[in-house]
Structures are given as C-alpha cells and as structure tokens.
Write a protein that binds this ligand. Structure first.
Ligand code: NAD
Ligand code: UFG
Length: 336
C-alpha cells in the first residue's frame, strides 16, 4: 500500500512519514523544500530503518505530480503541502491563495486523472473562527481571520464539492489544534526558518539562548491567568491520527471532518511553566500587547475522532515540552 505524502519533509509530515513507514506502508514524498530541508527525510529513514521515495517537486507542477502518479500506484494521499504563517498571509494573500489553493486544485486534478480518490487533508481549528468552545465538527465554519485560514476553509469546500460531484471519493478533513513536541529520538522536530511565529519554537530558541526573550502576547484576556488558552497536541499523537484516517478512507467513501486535539486548554503561562520544569531552564519572558487576530481561548471536542477513527491522544503537556526541548538541545542550529 503506497501513500503519497505532500509536504512530507515538513514538521507534521515528517512525523507522519515515520508512523507510516513503521506501520508497514510504502511512502512517496513530494516537497519543494520551501520550509524544510531534504536532510529531514534522511532522518526519517534513520529512525525507521526504512526508505521512502522522494520527489523534489512543487504541487503546482502538474507534470512533476503526474510523474509521481505514473511511477507509483498511489493508494491514498496525505496532503500537508502548504504555507502556514498566519501573519505573512495577511501581507501576501495572493501567494497563499496560489500556493495553497491552486496547488491543491492541481493535486486533486492529477489524483482524479490517475483514479486515486482517497485523501486526508491538513485543515486547521482556525476554520471555526468565533464559535463557542469547545469546537465541534458540526459547527458552521468559515468565519476566519486570515487569508491562511481562508485557504483551509476554501480547500475544505472544494473537497466537499468534489465529493458531491463524485461519491467515489473518500475524504478526511483533519482539523488540527496546536501541534508541539517532537519525535523522542530528538532527530526530527519543528525547525522553522527565521524567527518563529509559533509559541513552542519561540520558547525553545529562548531557552537555548538563540533569542533573548519571549513576549507573551497579552496578559489581559478574560481567562484564568489573563493569557490565551489553546489545545496543544503532541505531534506524534497528531501523526498517528493520520494513520487512523488513512485506514478509514481506504475502507469507505464519503467526506468527514475530525478535530484532532487533546480537548484540554492550557494558557501561555501554563506552557511556560511546563517547559521550565521539563528543561530545568528559567525562561526570560515579558507580558506584551495582544497579537492582532488571536482568539482568547479555543480547544477541541475530539469525541468524533475518538469514536469514528478510534484515535486517542496519549501524551501530556510534560511530554510535549520535554520532547520539544530534547529536539532543540540536540539540534541547536536546526537540521542541516
Ligand atoms: P511545514 O511548513 O513544516 O510543512 C509544510 C511542507 O510543505 C514543507 O516541507 C514545505 O516545504 C512544503 N510545501 C509548501 N508548499 C509547497 C508546494 N507548493 N509544493 C510542495 N511542497 C510544499 O508545516 P507543518 O506545520 O508541518 O504543517 C503541515 C500542514 O498542516 C500545513 O498545510 C499547515 O497549514 C497545516 N496545519 C499546521 C498547523 C501547525 O500549527 N503546524 C496547524 C493547523 C494546520
Ligand atoms: N504566543 C505568544 N508569544 C509568541 C507566540 C505565541 O504569547 O511569541 C501565544 C499566542 O498569542 C497564542 C499562543 O501563544 O495565544 C499560541 O500561538 P501560536 O502562534 O503557537 O498558535 P496559534 O494558536 O496562534 O495558531 C495555531 C497554528 C495556526 C492555526 C491556528 C488555529 O499555528 O496554523 O493555531 O488552528 F491556524
């Protein structure tokens, strides 16, 4: 059984490739290394002792994708490839629409041409916007606050239309909450280029001394300690959810959305404390202004994924922080 993983050299993609290879699947990866490096895939092979097929290819490159499908019998696709920086997307919306939406359309067209109609798509909790918490899959989505979020919402809608037009498709929309942590080998983890936007890589770089100080975005929210609440999930738990989703789509047709989160909300200060405990380091931080577009609090109701995908998150916040730190400590200059 061969799974095509777009964006497989990225943070979540690489952890998913490890689980797929360990689970006995053959894996082909398509990545243009815009936000990753090929060495990540060497490390995936080192962890698993297995090899995968690599294609240095952009998902907007129809000819390149057709080559992948003609050289391999692809049974299903896990589609991670995309740009994901919320702030950047407000400045460069066309880049985000072109890369994420046009790229996805090319991928879906090539899948249709090669009669591969099974896909797991990386969506995001951001599609819920201002809904009451916890978020549930049957809530109305689309009230999003950034072009990035809109690309996720639009691609979900496009996949919905594809299914309506052809009930032979089998589609799983995984709405991720906040992935953190790393593989416990310390070989792969989150390794963003430049200054990180997200909390955990920022914290890790402050702890290792590469950045001077963390700014906590807002201390005056109506939450237990004034800082924002999020549902953090270990990236390995998230990766495993993809295997559950693949097993389901290989067996069925239809389109279903699933929340992939722990169902527990932690504040930014909770994360700082847990990280300090896991790393034994005192973090230098200040409370600053709110970041535009941040919601005060959200977390998942993951009951549907628990029941229908038979998926359960295993790892707690201590393990998430310990593994993030282990990765940072082992790779102070990132993956080269
Ligand atoms: P990442 O940037 O680490 O991985 C994405 C990978 O896709 C990278 O390796 C990048 O080089 C590749 N890529 C980008 N555009 C491409 C293109 N046109 N053609 C081929 N490859 C391309 O990001 P990640 O954190 O692993 O996220 C994976 C997916 O999950 C993304 O779609 C992201 O939007 C989604 N997601 C991430 C989060 C998060 O917090 N990390 C939350 C919700 C959803
Ligand atoms: N935060 C800080 N300081 C920082 C970075 C973040 O205080 O330097 C805070 C944020 O204000 C937020 C929390 O840490 O309260 C988490 O922020 P992240 O940027 O790590 O994550 P977000 O919740 O903003 O965004 C994540 C994903 C997006 C996705 C969104 C909703 O990165 O892709 O969840 O699913 F769209």
């Amino acid at each position: 059984m061969t799974i095509l993983v777009t964006g497989g050299a990225g943070y979540i993609g690489s952890h998913t490739c490890v689980e797929l290879l360990s689970g006995g699947y053959d894996v082909a990866v398509v990545d243009n290394y815009y936000n990753s490096v090929p060495a990540v895939l060497d490390r995936v092979e080192k962890i698993t002792g297995k090899t995968l097929k690599r294609y240095d290819c952009d998902i907007r490159d129809r000819g390149g994708l057709e080559r992948v499908f003609s050289e391999n019998k692809i049974d299903a696709v896990i589609h991670f490839a995309g740009l994901k920086a919320v702030g950047e997307s407000t400045k460069l919306p066309l880049l985000y629409y072109e890369n994420n939406i046009s790229g996805s359309v090319v991928l879906f067209e090539v899948m249709e041409k090669y009669d591969c109609k099974k896909i797991v798509f990386s969506s995001s909790a951001t599609v819920y916007g201002n809904n009451p918490i916890p978020y549930k899959e049957d809530m109305v989505t689309g009230d999003v606050s950034s072009p990035y979020g809109r690309t996720k919402h639009f691609i979900e809608q496009i996949l919905g239309d594809i299914y309506k037009s052809d009930n032979g498709w089998s589609i799983s929309l995984l709405r991720y909450f906040n992935p953190i942590g790393a593989h416990e080998s310390g070989l792969i983890g989150e390794d963003p280029n430049g200054i990180p936007n997200n909390l955990m890589p920022y914290i890790s770089r402050v702890a290792i001394g590469k950045l001077p100080q963390l700014t906590v975005f807002g201390g005056d929210y109506d939450t237990k300690d004034g800082t924002c609440i999020r549902d953090y999930i270990h990236v390995v738990d998230l990766a495993k959810a993809h295997l559950c989703a693949v097993a389901k789509i290989l067996d069925t047709t239809g389109i279903e959305a699933y929340n992939i989160g722990n169902g527990v909300g932690y504040s930014v200060l909770d994360i700082i404390r847990a990280f300090e405990k896991a790393s034994g380091k005192k973090l230098n931080y200040v409370i600053g202004d709110r970041r535009e577009g941040d919601l005060p609090a959200f977390y998942a109701d993951a009951t549907k994924a628990n029941k229908e995908l038979n998926w359960h998150a295993e790892y707690d916040i201590e393990k998430m922080c310990a593994d993030s730190w282990n990765f940072q400590k082992n790779n102070p200059d990132g993956i080269k």
